[in-house]
Design a protein around this ligand. Structure first.
Ligand code: GUN
Ligand code: ZN
Length: 643
């Protein structure tokens, strides 16, 4: 079973429990144990490094008489002396490396069961990147048949159903979709080792993202053969939960040390600037002269420490909602990774569906690629479809005096409005109208004050595109605003309405701002707190992200004015009384929902007759709600029976 505990876009922190009751936290790495070469003993992986899982090869065990006998007699956990989760591979990788393996799928599934593996693997066919599409399609059929057979045979053992498809994105997606319908427990993405060995990371992005589109979001995704610390953050960002590494030991035997910024040969290193528990206290000279066996063990341990340290960091960044930042930093370690980061722009639409509406910390700009993040696309989409320009004249402002813009520019904005101009800042996000400047992510983001040319050019282009789309009649610059304007305006009211349109859509905002409207503001900060429309409290504004929470009265207005499914999460009758009492809504009780819902978005929980019964924030996206048997879909704030 896989339970999602925290998430950041496609990345997630999960709790995985095997049928045997063993648990682990994800993202996690399964170090490879070669049962014949004990570089780092399994027990040490568990006790010293804290690995709660490992992977070993059932094909090697089966073909080594002493190992086979022992594994079948005492079981794999006792044989390896490992109390955690054991995954076994099937021999597929050996056939990729050395050609044919003499073994049937049934035999290896049966064998994996007989040695007490927690998670066994199908004998899938490794689809090589150089294969033709026909060859790939044919072999996928065989892999799927074998997977089906494995599901029928699995018993208490969990099954890895390996999604294949070479570099063909359509085959990757369709294979993944069919895997999603089968009774498998983990979704490895296979056939990617050659891409990683050849630094073809951009193609790896295509492979992962097209597979992710089809895979069941309820199950962990394993990037088969990936375990280098430099790629972990980026792979987690694309929604990979499991990794495995044989390299930590293989590289150690070749005297190569792994770091987040690459792999370095001991012979070529200039210094041993590593403070991991394995390296601490040693000099480069000492390490070079060390006896071979001792040296291999030390480097293997170093490699494992690098992996665990990076995984800890990845989990922390997910918890903080900042994994994009870590992935962008890591991708600067190698041009092929930077290319992959740029490639990810092709999947901005998919990523946007999982990107939270708001997060706690500020967005840090790390370079021009930052603008490919889905949060930029969402802002521009909503600005284009949900913003109403209050006047047909615009005054443009520069972004160089701090944020929110209305603080340094307070008097200038007022002057512009008195003269009949709407103030708009030319910002890295594109055009930012003054009314929106406090909402996430506009105020909660940090850019260098010396911009790069790409960002400068792009923000100007976006601004001019926006002005022409809006049919603006006149544009002036901030130093051209006339002093003698006399127009009346209410800056708070302009903001209150603009934010509502941005967040809920134009029609919904009209219903929420039925006259007479009164704004309650904070005595201390002057900021908008509550919106009272026609005597009813419909909205409250959060100070942190400048967005609204929706009151049940507000929800009623929206359901009356805007047809289904806008903002709705409809639940079955059984769940209605619970939601009404303010209890959270779980995925299995949802019957329908708005396909446009994003995580952390305000939603309206409704019954089958479209009566609003509660409001809250979405925790899952519609695709997940549809697929998931478990999991909180809506974190309910207040229900109809407690107001
Ligand atoms: N190890 C690395 N890649 C693969 C793969 O595609 N399939 C299996 N079974 N094991 C792997
Ligand atoms: Zn070290």
């Amino acid at each position: 079973m896989f339970e999602i505990i925290r998430r950041d876009g496609l990345a997630r922190i999960g709790k995985f429990t095997t049928n045997s009751g063993r648990t682990m936290e994800t993202p996690a790495l399964f170090p490879v144990i070669n049962p014949k070469i004990n570089t780092v003993p399994a027990r040490e992986l568990y006790d010293k490094f804290g690995f709660k899982s490992l992977i070993t090869n059932s094909y090697i065990i089966k073909n080594t008489p002493e190992l086979k006998e022992k594994a079948q007699a005492v079981g794999l956990h006792e044989m390896l002396d490992f109390p955690g989760i054991i995954m076994t591979d099937s021999g597929t990788f050996q056939s990729h490396m050395y050609g044919e393996v003499k073994l049937t799928n049934e035999e290896i599934i049966e064998f994996q069961k007989s040695i007490g593996t927690d998670i066994g693997t199908v004998l899938d066919i490794f689809t090589e990147p150089y294969w033709t599409k026909e060859q790939t399609a044919e072999s996928i059929e065989v892999t799927l048949e074998r997977t089906q057979k494995a599901c029928e045979m699995k018993g208490e053992m969990m099954i890895n159903g390996v999604a294949q498809g070479s570099i063909y994105t359509d085959l990757r997606e369709s294979c993944a979709r069919r895997m999603a319908t089968m009774d498998i427990d983990v979704h490895p993405i296979g056939g990617v080792v050659p891409l990683m060995e050849q630094y073809r990371y951009a193609e790896l992005v295509d492979v992962i993202m097209s597979s992710k589109k089809g895979l069941n979001p309820n199950r962990p995704v394993h990037l088969f053969g990936a375990g280098h610390p430099m790629i972990l953050a980026f792979a987690a960002l694309m929604g990979c939960d499991f990794f495995d590494s044989a390299s930590y030991a293989k590289f150690a035997r070749d005297e190569r040390m792994m770091f987040v910024d690459g792999t370095f040969r001991l012979a070529e290193m200039e210094s041993l600037d590593c403070n991991c528990p394995a390296c601490r206290g040693h000099t480069l000279e000492e390490l070079r002269k060390m006896e071979k066996g001792k040296k291999t063990k030390l480097i293997a341990e170093h490699n494992l420490y690098q992996i665990t340290q990076e995984l800890n960091l990845v989990r922390r960044y997910i918890r903080e909602g900042r994994l994009w930042e870590l992935a962008e930093l890591r991708c600067r370690a190698h041009p092929a990774l930077l290319e992959a980061l740029r490639k990810l722009k092709d999947y901005q639409d998919v990523m946007e569906q999982y990107d939270p509406i708001s997060r706690d910390g500020a967005i840090f700009y790390t370079g021009p690629e930052t603008r490919n993040r889905p949060v930029f696309k969402r802002y521009l989409d909503r600005l284009g479809t949900r913003y109403v320009l209050p006047t047909d004249k615009v005054a443009l402002f520069e972004d160089n005096h701090g944020k929110p813009y209305s603080r340094p520019y307070e008097q200038d904005f007022d002057k512009a409005r008195r003269a009949g101009y709407t103030p708009i800042v030319v910002a890295p996000f594109g055009p930012v109208p003054a009314e929106l400047d406090e909402l996430y992510p506009l105020a909660q983001s940090l850019f260098p004050q010396i911009p790069d040319m790409e960002t400068e050019t792009e923000s100007e282009r976006l601004t001019y595109q926006f002005l022409s789309m809006m049919g603006v009649k006149e544009v002036i610059l901030q130093d051209q605003i006339p002093d003698d304007g006399t127009e009346e305006f209410d800056a708070n009211m302009l903001r209150a309405k603009a934010v509502a349109r941005y967040q809920f859509g134009i029609e919904a905002a009209d219903a929420l701002f039925r006259e007479p409207v009164e704004l309650v503001t904070s005595k201390k900060t002057g900021k908008i707190r509550n919106v009272i429309s026609d005597g009813e409290h419909v909205l409250s504004m959060r100070a942190g992200d400048g967005l609204y929470t929706l009151k049940l009265e507000g929800a009623k207005r929206i359901t009356q004015a805007v047809p289904k499914p806008h903002m709705r999460v409809q639940v079955m009758d059984d769940a209605v009384p619970f939601a009404a009492q303010g209890r959270n809504v779980f995925a299995q009780f949802v019957t329908e929902c708005d396909p446009e819902i994003r995580t952390m978005e305000e939603v309206i929980v409704t019954d089958k007759d479209d009566n609003p019964i509660a409001t809250g924030r979405a925790f899952l996206v519609p695709f997940e709600i549809e697929q998931m048997k478990k999991g909180m879909a809506v974190k309910v704030r207040s229900g109809s029976s407690d107001e």
